[in-house]
Each structure stands twice: as structure tokens, then as C-alpha cells.
Design a protein around this ligand. Sequence first.
Ligand SMILES: NC(=O)C1=CN([C@@H]2O[C@H](COP(=O)(O)OP(=O)(O)OC[C@H]3O[C@@H](n4cnc5c(N)ncnc54)[C@H](OP(=O)(O)O)[C@@H]3O)[C@@H](O)[C@H]2O)C=CC1
Ligand SMILES: O=C1CO[C@H](CO)[C@@H](O)[C@@H]1O
Length: 284
Amino acid sequence: MSSAVPDITLNDGRTIPQLGFGVFQVPPAETQKAVETAIEIGYRHIDTAQMYGNEAGVGAAVAASGLNRDEFFLTSKLNNGFHLPDDARRSFDETLKALGTDHIDLFLIHWPLPGRYNGDFVQTWNTLEEFYRDGRARSIGVSNFTQHHLGRLRAETQVRPAVNQIEVHPYLTNDDLRTYNTENEIANEAYSPIAQGEVLGDPVIVDIARQAGKSPAQVVLRWHIQRGDIIFPKSKTADRVRENFEIFDFELDGSAMASITSLDRGEKGRTGANPDTMNWIPEN
Ligand SMILES: NC(=O)C1=CN([C@@H]2O[C@H](COP(=O)(O)OP(=O)(O)OC[C@H]3O[C@@H](n4cnc5c(N)ncnc54)[C@H](OP(=O)(O)O)[C@@H]3O)[C@@H](O)[C@H]2O)C=CC1
Ligand SMILES: O=C1CO[C@H](CO)[C@@H](O)[C@@H]1O
């Protein structure tokens, strides 16, 4: 992969660019253009999901780029209504078709859905293991899993998740779960890295940004990079997409890192759903 973006090595030996572009809430009709802009800027890692309804736009942008498929790192996620094995197989085929590829770089279980399917995300994981073994998913992982979900996978399945994609930002540092992931060689992917914009006006962050000569978003994204997490901020605004990419020419010192980490509000800082109660299945 060519760019200043560092690679992280996953537990299966594959590598993933530490910075990518997320497309949650990018409308399907605008996704191709948004991803083309990101590709022009230099992004090669794109994070989508069946739930976002915009995989085809991602695929169209990759095709239009004229770059080789292996220049890209593409992630998608199994939608909540498709945990049963045959549904997962069918929807995985649709994901590959929409993305216009015969393999995906990383495929995740989007949510563990504790109250659905008798909580049997283990069976769902076994189905993702099939995709991994037949080579159509180069890496497999999970999202919104906590320690007890991961403990079951560890005890009852063969392939360890390569990543756990969880909410992490200065208002929800999620450090206990991050540490658990690290101890189990599961890479941390930090979603909603700027808390969907909510942390950008924080006086501590604004002050550090002023001193660094950078924007609040750049400072927060840099904080994630220095913590070693994989991030994929989302923006529909080209200037912001560029700004979010320009985070490799400065460094935060230990005191700035600690000040940002101390903004943690625990559960109160969460912007999305709680993994232990989230059972929502989209209508389609
Ligand atoms: N696995 C999961 O359950 C989840 C995964 N995700 C993934 O994580 C990605 C990122 O998280 P997301 O929830 O989108 O939130 P982010 O933390 O990336 O924030 C996105 C918001 O911040 C704004 N923004 C982006 N860059 C800047 C900037 N430089 N200055 C000011 N504002 C900015 C955007 O506005 P605008 O677009 O208008 O420019 C948008 O409103 C998602 O796209 C998705 O891929 C997210 C949620 C859940
Ligand atoms: O990725 C996601 C984006 O937001 C959805 C809810 O609004 C979440 O369910 C999902 O995890």
C-alpha cells in the first residue's frame, strides 16, 4: 500500500492500514463520489456494512479508480437480520457482488445481539470461519463484542477474531475492553473516533489543537493513532476528508495524550448503542 499511513499487522499475519474512511450515514447515491474523493486523497481502507446500504457505491468507486484491487483494504459487516448460517452465506455472497470483488479483506459480525437467536453468535462465527477458510474473507472479526462474548468465542471456536470494532473516543476511552483485546491479540478498531463530532468543542481538545497548530479533529485522530488503534473517520465534506488524512506530520506529547484520555466519561460518553442490550434488526 502506498501512502504515509502505517500498517497494523493482524493476528492472522495480514496487514491493515491504520487509517481508513468510514461510510456510515453516507447516502447510497452519494457514496461512489465520496469514496472517489477519499481515494484521490490517498485513503485505501474503506469501512462499510450491509446495514449502511452503500456497499455498491464503495465497489463502484474502487472500480472507477483504475487501481488494482489489492491496493485496497475493504471491510464490511454482517447485518443483524442475517445471523443464521444460510442467511449469512447468502448475504455474504451479496456483499461480494455489491463490492464487485471475489474476496473481502475483512468481514465482521456487526453486533452480538444478546437477546436474539438464543444469543448464539457462536454459530454465526462458525459461518464466518467458513468464509475465512475458503479464502473469500481474508480476515474475519467482530464488532461490538465485549469480554464475555469474546470469552465464548475463545472457548468454543477455532479462529480467533482479527479485530474487535468498538466505540472509542475521548469521552468513551473503553480502556478495559481495549486492554482485553490487546492481551488476546485482537486488534482494536475505534469507531466514531471523534464521537460523531461531539468532542471537537471540548476546551481541553481545542487548547491542545491551538498549541499544535492543528484542528481539534486532527488532534483527536492523532491521539487514536498514538494509542495504536485502527480508525476510519467519516465525512461527506471533501475538506474534512483531507484534513482527517493529514495526521502523520505531528506528534502529541505524553502530557497532551494524558489530558485527552482523562476526558473519559465512561458509559455516559457513549454515542451509540450498548452491546449488551442492542438487539435491533433493521427492516431491510
Ligand atoms: N461497528 C459499528 O457498530 C459502528 C461502526 N462505525 C464506523 O465508524 C465510522 C466512523 O464513525 P461515525 O459514527 O461515522 O462518526 P465519526 O466520529 O467519524 O464522526 C462523523 C461526524 O463528524 C463530522 N466530521 C468528520 N470529520 C470532521 C472534521 N475534520 N471536522 C469537523 N467535523 C467532522 C462528520 O460531518 P460531515 O460528514 O457532515 O462532514 C460527521 O457528522 C463509520 O462511518 C463506520 O464506518 C460507526 C458507528 C458504529
Ligand atoms: O454501524 C452502525 C451505525 O449505526 C447504527 C445505529 O444507528 C448501528 O447500529 C451500527 O452499529
